[in-house]
Write a protein that binds this ligand. Structure first.
Ligand SMILES: C[S@@+](CC[C@H](N)C(=O)[O-])C[C@H]1O[C@@H](n2cnc3c(N)ncnc32)[C@H](O)[C@@H]1O
Length: 191
């Protein structure tokens, strides 16, 4: 899985533009400067840098591809951790906010990852998951490419399916359609 991202890491910067999935997520997050945020599958740090630059908060990125993390520019408020979200060493109730952009469908076991995100989020903490909507034609094509040509998990959800699995894990939240082919799920852990 990470092999694929290790290979494309030096060129990854162009991909969100090519797929037209740049979304002003930070505007929806209501981040406070004292918040500690975890960006799951944060890759080359594009979201982490936007968060620290606009809010002053602290961001940790966990990503299983060392080469993607090598692309993250050094910043005193950004920490990088190479590893899998499903086998992390974070303590319970550690983060104020968790973000996960274009990563859920790359995970072999998205529910196990969501269970971990729930465990390490503080009570009342928020989660933002952005991904491709499995019901869209372009996502179906992407799924064929990722699954059969790239041997990626390609675990795409519809907005409703993601809501259901997140609810099973314990989150309260809902999804909305964005960018025509994607959805944004906003969830919360109990207070
Ligand atoms: C499509 S990239 C998204 C990068 C970034 N979130 C963005 O939107 O630009 C997916 C990322 O998920 C990472 N990834 C895949 N499986 C992972 C796992 N189990 N734990 C943490 N990161 C993972 C990959 O290495 C890759 O950097």
């Amino acid at each position: 899985m990470s092999n694929f991202f290790d290979k494309i890491a030096p060129h990854y910067d162009a991909i969100p533009c090519l797929l037209r999935i740049n979304y002003p997520l930070v505007d929806e997050m209501t981040v406070k400067a004292e918040n500690h945020i975890l960006d799951v599958g944060g890759g080359n740090g594009r979201l982490a840098h936007e968060i620290v630059d606009t809010t002053g908060a602290r961001v940790s990125i966990i990503d299983s591809s060392k080469k993607m993390l090598n692309q993250v520019k050094d910043h005193p408020r950004i920490e990088v951790i190479c590893g899998s979200i499903v086998k992390n060493d974070f303590q319970d109730c550690n983060f104020d906010i968790i973000t996960c952009v274009d990563t859920i469908h790359h995970l072999k076991n998205p529910q196990a990852a969501l269970e971990e995100m729930y465990r390490i989020l503080k009570p009342g903490g928020k989660i933002f998951i952005q991904d491709f909507n499995s019901l869209r034609i372009r996502t179906k094509l992407l799924k064929l490419v990722e699954k059969h040509l790239l041997a990626e998990p390609a675990n795409f959800y519809s907005p409703k399916e993601l809501e259901e699995v997140s609810k099973k894990v314990g989150f309260l939240g809902e999804s909305k359609s964005i960018l025509k082919i994607q959805y944004l799920y906003k969830g919360k852990k109990y207070e």
